[in-house]
Design a protein around this ligand. Structure first.
Ligand code: P6P
Length: 335
């Protein structure tokens, strides 16, 4: 049988649950933009795209050339299609208004154009994370500027989410709300080909992911939990655990979707005013949607991340996601 490409998947699989044509079109446009980003990322030094821009984003983080280039690729790919009411990104302070010369549509696209920036210049996997929301009717207008309030919906409102990972393979991992599927980029075809149907996170695991250098800054429940992981089979968990920390959320989450694990980025005392490092709208929410759709769990230590009502586009959140058994355990320690 000929390979099932993303286009064929979107038509065949979504015919049954009649996914709107505009949403299928949006996913294909985002996938095409991710192919263009992959092309730039994989040039590396040969493309003159490594290093920093010398500017900072709204988070006060130094912007890498590839951050800005990836952001521009996603904006240019999506602004003309007539399927979006607006866009928002880690790299832009405010929402992106669809230029007046183009029609607007019913969806909102939120993304981290290139996550894992600290790894870009050292050739470690990075990725693009995206989340799709419906624009509430009261904010839909062909003429008026889009009000940023339109984006501030809980993660349960997402209609689709996914990521592209630029690693040894370029893959697209996606959910439309009926499970998680994975596509691998076939460079000869130039298409994403279905390679992973029905991705499931194992309920239990022996692998955890956290940046241990922050240990002295964690809250007590996290210190207790990680201490128990480290005491292994002599400890209360009666199991030896392994550790991984790639410092690219896309790569760590991809490993967890593939073989299980728990990913943690807790809040810590370095910046007590901030509830965590990772951003809710375009990192935690899309990844939480994928993890839950794959049978895992995702909380901020106290509540389901997808239930959090956002108050700002760039709001941060603590993240505990992955194999349900471990997420429920560490969340229980916070109660
Ligand atoms: P740290 C990358 O900059 C990122 O936003 C996530 O992709 C990653 O999980 C995290 O930050 C790494 O943070 O503090 O370990 O460098």
């Amino acid at each position: 049988m000929s390979p099932v490409t993303l286009s064929r998947y979107l038509i065949e699989q979504t015919r049954s649950n009649n996914t709107p044509a505009d949403l299928r079109f949006l996913i294909e446009v985002v996938a095409r933009a991710c192919k263009a980003i992959a092309h730039q990322v994989q040039k590396g030094a040969l493309g003159g795209v490594l290093g920093s821009m010398g500017t900072e984003n709204v988070q006060g983080e130094v912007q890498k050339k590839l951050d800005v280039l990836s952001n521009d690729i996603l904006l240019e790919a999506n602004e003309w299609g007539g399927h979006l009411a607006g866009m928002a990104s880690e790299e832009m302070d405010n929402a992106y208004q669809i230029p007046g010369k183009y029609p607007k549509g019913a969806y909102l696209l939120v993304f981290d154009p290139l996550d894992g920036s600290s790894n870009i210049d050292v050739n470690v996997s990075v990725g693009t994370i995206f989340s799709v929301l419906r624009c509430p009717d009261q904010y839909l207008s062909q003429n008026d500027a889009l009000n940023e309030q339109a984006f501030l919906q809980p993660g349960t409102s997402q209609v689709a989410a996914g990521y592209a990972i630029y690693g040894p393979q370029t893959m697209l991992v996606l959910t439309l709300g009926s499970g998680v599927i994975g596509f691998t980029l076939d460079r000869e075809l130039g298409s994403f080909v279905l390679t992973h149907e029905n991705i499931q996170v194992p309920q239990s695991t022996a692998e955890f992911a956290i940046n241990m250098s922050n240990q002295r800054h964690w809250e007590a429940p996290v210190k207790r939990y990680v201490d128990e992981l480290l005491t292994g089979e002599e400890g209360p968990l009666a199991k030896n655990y392994n550790m991984r920390w790639i410092a690219s959320m896309v790569a760590d989450v991809h490993r967890i979707l593939t073989r299980g694990g728990i990913f943690m980025y807790p809040r810590d005392s370095r910046e007590p005013s901030k509830p965590g490092k990772l951003r809710l709208m375009y990192e935690a929410n899309p990844m939480s949607f994928l993890i839950e759709q794959a049978g895992g769990a995702s909380t901020d230590g106290h509540q389901r991340i997808l239930d959090i009502k956002p108050e700002g586009l760039h709001q941060r959140v603590a993240v505990f996601l992955g194999s349900k058994e471990e997420v429920e355990r560490v969340t229980g320690y916070h109660q």
